[in-house]
Design a protein around this ligand. Structure first.
Ligand code: SF4
Length: 392
C-alpha cells in the first residue's frame, strides 16, 4: 500500500555537518557469544584501554553538549551487559537529557533484574538479534545452541519491562529464504521495529554470503511492501530510500515496477504466512536520510571514532580530540557528506543526496570508501560510465 501525502524520505532538519543524528557507542568488546557475522570480532574479556566510567561519562557530556535535539545514543558491544557500570552510564546519559537505547547480547548476563534497573535508569529502546526464524538457523549463525529460545524469552521480558523492542536481523544468502518467517516472528513477538542489516563483508562476516545486487534489490522492494505490517529500518542499504522514491513515483505515474524472482518468492511466502493483506495496517515509517559519517558516527570501545561500525577508517580518538571536531572537521567525514565526490554512478546519481550507497560495502569490496556501491543495481538516468567492480 502506498501512502501519498506522506513524506517519502525524511531529511534531518539540522545541518549534518554540524551534528550527528545518531551516535553508536561500543561500550565494550567483551562478549560471551561468537556470532558468525560479528563486526566487533568480540572477545571474552574487556580489552585494555576500554573507555573507563569517567571517560564514558565525558563522551556522554560531549554528546549532550550539542544543541537540542541531541544525537540519539545507542550502546552496543560486544555485550553491553559485560560492563558493570552500564546502569550508571544509562542513568548519567538520561539525566543529561540524552535518549539512550541499548543493544545487548542474550547471554546468562541478560536478566530481568538488570533490565528493570536499566529501564528505571531511563533506557528507552532495547534490541536483540534474530538471524533466523528457527532455533536451528539462528543458533548456527550465533554459534551457541539455545540462543534462539533465550532470545524469544528475552523479547518477552523487554516488552514486559517497558522497553521498545527492536529486532535486528542480518540478511545473507544463507538466511534470505527465512526472511518472511523472521518478519512473522517479529510481528508475533510484538517488536516495535524490525531493523534489517545487509551483510557487509567485514569482521567474521567476511566468510558469509552477501546477497547479489539483484537479490538485495528484490529484498529491499519486498521490505518496502511489508513496511505497512511493521516499522522497518535498514542499515547498510540506503537504496531503500531510492526505492521509496521510485515506488512513490510509480504510483503517481501508474508505472509498473519490475522485480526479480526473489521478490516474487518473498511476496508469495509472506502471503502464505501472514495473508495477503496485513491484519493491522500501519503507516510505513519514513526512511531517514542518514549514512556513514553523514548523521552517523561510531565510537569504539577504546574511544576511536569511525564513520560507522562497518567502515573501518579511523577518524581519531575521543581520548585526544573532542568528538565534535572529529565528526565535523575530519577530511574523511567531510568527503562522506559530499555525494558529488563519490565515484562512478553514485557520484552522478539523482538519488545520491538521499541514498549515496553503502559506503561500508563500497569500502569492503574496493578499499575506497567513496567508490560507487557495487551492491546497487540502479543505473542513473543517462549514465554511460563504468560499472563498479563486482556489479552483475
Ligand atoms: S547508484 Fe549509488 S546513489 Fe544511486 S541509488 Fe545506487 S547506491 Fe544509491
Amino acid at each position: 500500500m502506498e501512502h501519498r501525502h506522506h513524506p517519502v524520505v525524511r531529511e534531518i532538519r539540522h545541518d549534518l555537518n554540524e551534528k550527528p543524528f545518531i551516535a553508536i557507542w561500543e561500550v565494550t568488546r567483551a562478549c560471551g557469544l561468537v556470532c558468525a557475522h560479528c563486526r566487533a570480532e568480540a572477545q571474552r574479556k574487556a580489552a585494555p584501554g576500554q573507555l573507563s566510567t569517567e571517560e564514558g561519562k565525558d563522551l556522554l557530556r560531549q554528546l549532550a553538549g550539542y544543541s537540542r535535539p541531541y544525537p540519539l545514543v545507542v550502546f552496543t558491544g560486544g555485550d553491553c551487559f559485560e560492563r558493570e557500570d552500564l546502569v550508571e552510564l544509562v542513568k548519567y546519559g538520561t539525566d543529561l537529557g540524552l535518549s539512550v537505547s541499548i543493544s545487548p547480547s542474550v547471554t546468562p548476563l541478560f536478566t530481568k533484574e538488570r533490565l528493570v534497573a536499566l529501564r528505571e535508569a531511563g533506557g528507552k529502546a532495547m534490541s536483540v538479534s534474530m538471524d533466523g526464524a528457527t532455533a536451528e538457523t539462528h543458533d548456527a549463525f550465533r554459534g551457541i545452541k539455545g540462543t534462539f529460545d533465550k532470545t524469544v524469552e528475552a523479547t518477552k521480558i523487554i516488552n514486559e519491562v517497558g522497553f521498545r523492542l527492536q529486532i535486528n536481523s542480518t540478511l545473507t544468502r544463507g538466511n534470505i529464504r527465512e526472511a518472511p518467517a523472521m518478519l512473522a516472528k517479529a510481528i508475533e513477538l510484538e517488536a516495535f521495529m524490525w531493523y534489517v542489516f545487509m551483510l557487509v563483508p567485514t569482521g567474521r562476516g567476511a566468510n558469509l554470503n552477501m546477497l547479489s545486487p539483484q537479490e538485495r534489490e528484490d529484498t529491499l522492494q519486498w521490505l518496502h511492501d511489508v513496511s505497512d505490517r511493521i516499522a522497518i529500518k535498514t542499515t547498510e542499504a540506503p537504496q531503500y530510500r531510492r526505492i521509496a522514491f521510485q515506488r512513490a513515483k510509480a504510483v503517481e505515474t501508474g508505472q509498473e515496477v519490475e522485480h526479480g524472482e526473489l521478490y516474487y518468492w518473498l511476496t508469495a511466502e509472506t502471503a502464505r504466512l501472514l495473508g495477503v493483506t496485513p491484519e493491522k495496517t500501519r503507516i510505513p515509517r519514513t526512511p531517514l536520510a542518514v549514512n556513514s559519517g553523514s548523521g552517523f558516527v561510531f565510537i569504539d570501545h577504546v574511544g576511536d571514532v569511525y564513520p560507522s561500525g562497518f567502515l573501518p577508517i579511523h577518524v581519531g580518538s575521543v581520548k585526544e580530540k573532542p568528538l565534535a571536531e572529529l565528526y565535523s572537521d575530519s577530511p574523511v567525514m567531510r568527503e562522506l557528506r559530499t555525494p558529488s565526490h563519490f565515484g562512478g554512478k553514485c557520484g552522478v546519481c539523482e538519488y545520491n543526496h538521499f541514498c549515496g550507497g553503502s559506503r561500508s560495502t563500497a569500502y569492503a569490496l574496493t578499499r575506497d570508501p567513496l567508490a560507487a556501491d557495487p551492491s546497487c543495481v540502479y543505473i542513473p538516468e543517462g549514465y554511460i560510465g563504468e560499472m563498479p567492480v563486482g556489479w552483475e
